[in-house]
Design a protein around this ligand. Structure first.
Ligand code: NAP
Length: 267
């Protein structure tokens, strides 16, 4: 069945590939960027969206609803990374990070829900991360916002199920996108050198040298089209393995394993 889908964050990375894949499958796809002209995908209609601006969110959703009278699925793939030690991260950066991953999703979810409830169903697909399962050192606000997003989705799922609205989180292995380039680092404090630089570089390399985001996009398409959408999609070996390791290993063992991976002290 052809769906009307809004992909937030479609100018790059996971969102771009998802919008492209959905359009190829014949769905009516709207893709957003802060500058609509950055969304240049055949079959995808570009829309401007600044996630921190409620007026922009409203205008974006209203545009789709005015055209189609319905919105079947929202894919939330907006993001950028804040990296640095907690002590180095300004309140302003922390807020921007929470806005991108949690409050931004909240703005859009609230904007689309009246239509989805009214039409008797819809799908909300929110990009989470393995950072929700195990926090990444020197990415505390990023990790916290993804863990918060997972809980947000869990609570929301119970609330909207009676209206036929389904909610899924997607946890994906590191993939090659524009995210590493869009990373914002905080104000450096010399005491955190050289560990901070090493860890941030390791995380950045996981993405720069990672696989293409195509399998993640395919997973999201499957979620949008599934007869019964699952609450959680884990895509990629790392995304599937990490939760098991976290659940099965005693915490001190897991912590030592994870700390060794990032070359930090397990604390
Ligand atoms: N890359 C990975 O390895 C990976 C792994 C797991 C999960 N994820 C998750 O996947 C999602 C997408 O990440 P990605 O790697 O695909 O990132 P990306 O390539 O940098 O794309 C991010 C998208 O977000 C948009 N965006 C950024 N700030 C915005 C704002 N304030 N308002 C509206 N749109 C904004 C960007 O559009 P403009 O800049 O054009 O406005 C862009 O389209 C994130 O939630 C990320 O945590 C990524």
């Amino acid at each position: 069945m052809i769906s009307v889908v809004l992909v937030a964050g479609a100018s790059s990375g996971v969102g771009l590939e998802t919008a492209r894949a959905l359009a190829r499958r014949g769905h009516q796809v709207y893709g957003t960027s802060r500058s609509a002209d950055r969304v240049d995908i055949p079959g995808v209609r570009p829309l401007a969206l600044e996630i921190g601006d409620e007026g922009s969110v409203r205008a974006c959703v209203d545009h789709v609803l005015a055209r189609h009278g319905r919105l079947d699925a929202l894919v939330y793939s907006v993001g950028f990374y804040v990296a640095g030690a907690v002590e180095e991260t300004s309140d302003e950066l922390a807020l921007a990070q929470l806005r991108a991953y949690l409050l931004g999703a909240h703005h859009l979810v609230r904007a689309v829900l009246p239509a989805m409830r009214g039409q008797g169903g819809g799908r909300l697909v929110l990009m989470s991360s393995t950072a929700a399962v195990a926090a990444i050192p020197f990415h505390a606000i990023y990790s916290a916002s993804k863990a918060a997003l997972n809980h947000y989705a869990e609570a929301l799922r119970y609330e909207v199920a009676p209206f036929g609205v389904r909610v899924a989180c997607v946890e994906a292995t590191s993939v090659r996108t524009g995210a590493a380039a869009a990373m914002r680092e905080s104000d450096p404090i010399p005491g955190y050198e050289p560990v901070r630089t090493r860890v941030i570089e390791r995380f950045r390399r996981l993405q720069l040298d990672g696989p293409s985001p195509l399998p993640v996009a395919d997973g999201i398409v499957r979620a949008v089209e599934a007869r019964r959408m699952r609450p959680l999609y884990r895509i990629g070996t790392q995304a599937r393995t990490l939760p098991w390791l976290r659940a099965l290993l005693p915490y001190p063992v897991f912590r030592r394993f994870y700390a060794r991976f990032f070359h930090v002290s397990p604390g």
